[in-house]
Structure formats: C-alpha cells, structure tokens
Design a protein around this ligand. Structure first.
Ligand SMILES: [Zn+2]
Length: 234
C-alpha cells in the first residue's frame, strides 16, 4: 500500500477553512489515560484537543471492549513554543561549538529539539497518538512506536497478536470518524489536512492554533519577574 508522507505536497496543498472550534482538556474521561509525554508544557506538548476530537475519543472508547482503554501518547503540540525552543538550542549549539558548519549546527540542534518548520498535524489539535491499554493501565502489544516498515498499520511482518490488537484500535478509531496515517499505526486525526485528503472532504477544518495553558504562562511570568529582580553588577 502506498500512502503519501504526512509532509507530502499533496497533503500540504489541501486547503484549510478554520472552523474556530475550541480546545478542551483530555482529563476526566473514563478509561482514557494521558501519558506524561503528552503533558510537557515546557516542550510544547499539552493534553488538549479540539472539542469534537475529544468527543470522538469518547465515542471510540465505547467501541472498544470494556476491559480496554486508550492511552494518549501525544495530543496538541504548540506552534509557537517549538520555534522558541529551536532558536534557543541553536544559539547554544553555536556558542558552545564555534566554527561548526550550518549543516552541523542543524544536526546538533535537531538531536534535542524537533525542527519547528517541519509540518506537524499535532499543532491543529485534531491529531492524536494513541495506544491501547488494559484495565490495569498496561499497554497492549501493538508493535513498537518506531518509524520502520512494521509501523505501517497494515504491516504483514508483525506477529498475529499485534495484528489483532491493531484491528481493535482500527475498528474503534475508524468507527469514531478518525483517519489513520498508514505509516504510523498510532497516529489518528480528524479535521486536519490528512483527514481531508483521505476522506475527500473539500477542505480541512482545523488550522494550526496557538494555545498556551495558564500554568505555562504563569511559569513564564515567574521567570520574567526573577530576571527583573536579579541584582545587576555596578
Ligand atoms: Zn502523531
């Protein structure tokens, strides 16, 4: 099966008509757990999604056996923060390693921080990385979260148990209206460009959104106050 990469021109050219839907926290949904990596405000990852996407996750849960739940590995990713993190890291790399070529600076920077100019559907609040968990919160075996040929959702090179578990995830998520990115069994979206491309919708309904939680803004304010109060030499 051939599916275009998420950054393919054919995807990036899909028009978007933002519908101005709010985002909502993913907390408080039964049988849904948010992994700590999906809640890293300092890295721009926040456990929020568009209202309708949240509702569709609740729907997906009703399509799973009662003994199973969903764990969110990644939800919304900030648009603005990755740019700042990238610029800060790049400055640091240059300062610590004078004389590096531009390629080397880029390579060392992206070791730690993802390139913010690479399109990520997670900035729309419509995309989610999700795995299945059992009643005790233990992840079911659906395969590794790694980019290789076995990550393709319909890979035949995986054990029958993984295939069966993927089938459960596919039925629940597709049944709730999500579209899968066929190169990553864990990546699902609704309303973004990949969704519009896959479903044949005339346009996407979710554009990138800037969203910062109050806690993150409070932390920024505290750092600013600390800097202003720092005694100056002389
Ligand atoms: Zn993803």
């Amino acid at each position: 099966m051939s599916a275009p990469p998420i950054n393919a021109a054919v995807i990036l050219l899909v028009p978007v008509r933002e519908c101005d839907e709010n985002v909502r926290s993913l907390n408080g949904i039964g049988r849904l757990r948010v992994a700590s990596r999906a809640d890293q405000p300092r890295s721009g990852y926040l456990p929020v999604l568009r209202e309708q996407v949240r509702a569709r996750l609740e729907h997906a849960l009703t399509l799973l056996p009662n003994s199973l739940g969903l764990e969110i590995i990644a939800a919304y990713r900030s648009v603005e923060l990755p740019h700042r993190l990238f610029a800060n890291r790049e400055r640091k790399v240059r300062r610590l390693n004078p004389g590096l070529s531009e390629e080397e600076v880029y390579a060392r920077t992206t070791e730690f921080v993802s390139d913010p100019t690479v399109y990520s559907p997670h900035t729309t609040g419509g995309a989610v990385d999700v795995v299945l968990i059992d009643r005790q919160g233990r992840p079911l075996d659906l395969g590794e979260l790694r980019h290789n040929s076995r990550a393709w959702t319909d890979s035949e090179a995986i054990p029958p148990e993984q295939r069966g578990n993927r089938r459960l995830l596919i039925e629940a998520m597709s049944g709730a209206g999500f579209v899968n990115y066929p190169r990553e069994w864990w990546h699902w979206s609704y309303g973004d460009r990949y969704w519009a491309y896959t479903t044949g919708a005339p346009h996407a309904i979710y554009d990138h959104i800037a969203y910062a939680p109050a806690t993150h803004l409070a932390a920024r304010a505290a750092r600013l106050v600390k800097r202003l109060l720092r005694p100056r030499p002389g």
